[in-house]
Design a protein around this ligand. Structure first.
Ligand code: NAD
Length: 290
């Protein structure tokens, strides 16, 4: 039976630390504040935003949701975002994606100033993740840093390990590969044009799957002699409308050494990283007297 890498114990211990930080900030007259910009009423986005608000408030932070009209013009949207992030009381800010079609031209990665960019998408923050330098000083992308936190919590030392990342997006695949590299892993990034994905994954000590295809990764991708650790980033609905990851869970139980579940794995770790970024931003902005 393989080990299941649940997020719960990590989130619990992180919450204790963050609540202490909230108290310390409050004693200096600062309440961490997260402002979320939501355009339209995409049901999944509304659920994500509600969950983030609940978590922030549970930690003693303020969370304001700015719910904007689906038809908002680019000019109005940009003016609103800029006025929100210019407010000195706001420590962290993000735009819930996706945005409606008419806002397609906006470069969302550069929209929020780097020191309040709790998503970690701004080029200054992305550069830190890619160079592996000053990671503590910057706001690092939430899903990648949540995966590293998960591997740390369960005591997987990445030094010299072969990590295979499946997916090359700017928000998951590439940055998580670079964070693993910064931990001295030997990293291979695979994608839809990789010639023989099984050949790659069978050699891995750790597989990180960020594809977005339900039950894609089954036992045929694993090497059951290697005690492999498999991290599932995927969020998919299966043919019955059930929330599943990229991994075929029953195969993982038999063939992997450990794997992260969906739900209850990388998803909550991502929100946890968002909260850590909010508190980091609040502390830094407060130090600087902003
Ligand atoms: P994306 O669509 O930008 O990237 C998917 C990647 O998968 C691409 O790089 C593509 O090359 C690769 N791919 C597709 N088919 C493949 C195949 N047959 N073989 C090998 N590689 C293949 O998606 P993304 O934004 O990186 O997200 C990936 C998944 O992770 C989605 O399901 C998304 O919902 C989920 N996600 C989860 C969280 C979380 O918090 N748990 C956060 C972000 C994304």
């Amino acid at each position: 039976m393989s080990k299941i890498l649940k997020a719960n114990p990590i989130v619990e211990s992180s919450s204790e630390e963050l609540k202490k930080k909230a108290e310390s900030l409050l004693s200096r007259g600062v309440t961490p504040r997260l402002d979320v910009i939501l355009v339209g009423s995409n049901p999944a986005s509304m659920t994500y935003v509600r969950n983030k608000k609940k978590r922030a408030e549970g930690l003693g932070a303020i969370c304001n949701i700015h719910h904007l009209d689906e038809q908002i013009s680019t000019e109005e949207f940009l003016a609103k975002v800029n006025s929100i992030q210019a407010d000195p009381a706001v420590h962290g800010c993000f735009v819930q994606l996706p945005l409606p079609k008419q806002l397609d031209q906006i470069n969302t990665h550069q929209l929020i100033r780097a020191d309040k960019d709790v998503d970690g998408f701004h080029p200054l923050n992305a550069c830190s993740a890619f160079s592996g330098e000053e990671l503590n000083q910057h706001l690092i992308a939430c899903t990648p840093s949540g995966i590293i936190d998960m591997l740390d919590f369960y005591d997987y030392d990445l030094t010299g390990k072969k990590v295979v990342v499946i997916g090359r997006s700017m928000i998951v695949g590439r940055p998580v590969a670079m964070l693993c590299l910064a931990r001295n892993a030997t990293v291979t990034i695979c994608h839809s044009r990789t010639k023989d994905l099984r050949e790659e994954t069978k050699q891995a000590d750790i597989i990180i799957s960020a594809i977005g295809k339900a039950n894609f990764l089954d036992k045929s991708f694993l090497n059951n002699q290697k005690n492999q650790v498999v991290i599932d980033v995927g969020i998919n609905l299966d043919e019955n409308g059930k929330l599943v990851g990229d991994l075929k869970a029953e195969d993982m139980q038999e063939y992997a050494g450990a794997y992260s579940p969906v739900p209850g794995g990388v998803g909550p770790m991502t929100i946890n990283s968002l909260m850590k970024n909010l508190f980091k931003a609040a502390e830094k902005l407060n130090e600087l007297g902003n």
